[in-house]
Unconditional design. Structure first.
Length: 431
């Protein structure tokens, strides 16, 4: 059959194809390049530097005294046991590996906690501490029994971990409200300001507290101060969400690090707890964490757990199994648990020792400044009190890299570089 050539038809098809092509190319035409993560920027600058004495104090991961990543012996032994069982790789339940929930509650709340016996605690496995915070934020936004005035606002310390604000805003919170926390002059806690802000917040406000080893300052309330805060929160009927990212890693004592959380529970607070097992187990890449909620009774706990699963299902369906198996294997075995407690204390003690070494070396080089805040602070991070200009000089003149707010990761300090670090800090702070 003869088909007559029709130039106008060809041109029409060409316009349609090219038009469709244009729509596809420009689908993301309005996307703007986002700002670089400040910590990532530190690492990029460090990697480009070829100086033999360069130091990276930006990375939030533990390093041994040779500056190398550290795998705990208890983790290696747990992995060997898991491997020997030839376990499958089936999906975990929506709430995660069941054995993890049990040991997580015992670690956070204490094995003899009446809350566990009364089945008032609900724990699900999450994608590390970040995932726990995000699921917790979504659950709060959807279900917290608070007035409209307060349910859209989360109160966080000033400063706080850089990811807290976007987590809550992306979960639909209208406002992230800072409360006073860090006092720059003393490089310590502005407790009076903190108390005043917690007391002045509307009743039934939502508060996020760092349970221990505050990130980024390393400044924690004392136990007596925590007790005062618990009373104020109780009197104001505030809801408390604890970020427990460093249990055992802060002081070297898992019970001491969880004491603020346990005290709030003893005072009758039905808290929420986001926990990470990255720092204290060295399982950074396994992304294993938990979210725990305290409820009035077992019936309420059952309802809460069902809604948590409904929330998780369309978000990521179920969590990964490997890290959860490692943690639950360790904490369900007395021998491995004892080894973990020993090893986490060794990590904490190394960091505490490096804090002392920094101060001792600063004194040795003749610094007249008061550096006692470095040893008063606790955990992986330290707010040094260095200014942005001093931080810039450390990078440009001495090849030492940290964020411009003066925060250092003490895990990046070793017995080999601490003297050079202290001498460099002395030079930029005395001229």
């Amino acid at each position: 059959m003869f088909v007559q050539f029709n130039p106008s038809r060809v041109q029409s098809l060409t316009r349609t194809c090219s038009s469709g092509h244009r729509r596809s190319v420009h689908a993301w035409g309005k996307v703007e390049k986002g700002p670089e993560d400040p910590i990532l920027g530190v690492t990029v600058a460090f990697n480009k530097d070829t100086h033999p004495k360069k130091i990276n104090l930006g990375v939030g991961a533990y390093r041994d005294d040779n500056g190398k990543p550290f795998t705990l012996s208890c983790v290696k032994q747990a992995e060997e046991r898991i491997q020997a069982k030839s376990m499958d790789h089936e999906y975990a339940p929506i709430g995660g590996v069941p054995a993890l929930a049990k040991v997580a509650q015992e670690l956070q709340l204490g094995a003899d906690s009446p809350v566990i016996k009364e089945k008032r605690a609900v724990t699900i496995q999450t994608l590390s501490g970040t995932g726990a915070l995000r699921v917790g934020a979504d659950f709060l936004k959807r279900w917290v029994n608070a007035p409209e005035e307060t349910r859209g606002t989360i109160n966080v310390p000033n400063p706080t971990w850089g990811n807290h604000n976007p987590i809550f805003l992306d979960a639909g919170f209208k406002k992230v409200q800072p409360y006073r926390y860090y006092e720059p002059k003393s490089c310590g806690l502005d407790f009076e300001g903190m108390k005043a802000d917690v007391a002045a917040a509307p009743k039934q406000s939502l508060f996020l507290f760092h349970a221990c080893a505050h990130n980024p300052t390393g400044v924690d309330p004392t136990m007596d101060q925590w007790k005062e805060l618990s009373k104020i929160c109780k009197d104001r009927d505030h809801f408390v969400f604890f970020d427990l990212a460093y249990q055992g890693f802060a002081s070297g004592d898992a019970e001491k690090d969880a004491a603020p959380v346990r005290h709030f529970i003893q005072d009758g607070h039905n808290v929420m707890i986001a926990q990470s097992y990255a720092k204290n187990f060295g399982l950074y890449g396994e992304r294993v964490g938990t979210l725990t909620l305290l409820c009035q009774d077992a019936k309420e706990a059952e309802a809460v757990e069902s809604q948590l699963k409904i929330l998780v299902r369309p978000m990521y369906s179920n969590p990964p199994i490997n890290g959860a198996r490692i943690v639950s294997t360790i904490l369900s075995d007395p021998e491995l648990t004892s080894l973990w407690r020993k090893e986490v204390k060794q990590m904490a003690d190394r960091i505490i020792g490096m804090r002392t070494a920094i101060v001792d070396n600063l004194k040795k080089f003749g610094s007249k400044r008061d550096w006692s805040h470095i040893t008063r602070q606790i955990g992986m991070f330290c707010y040094t009190g260095l200014t942005p200009d001093q931080v810039d000089r450390l990078a440009s003149e001495f090849h030492i890299y940290l964020t411009r707010n003066g925060r250092i990761s003490v895990a990046g300090v070793t017995s080999q570089n601490v003297e050079y670090l202290a001498e460099s800090i002395h030079k930029v702070t005395s001229s």
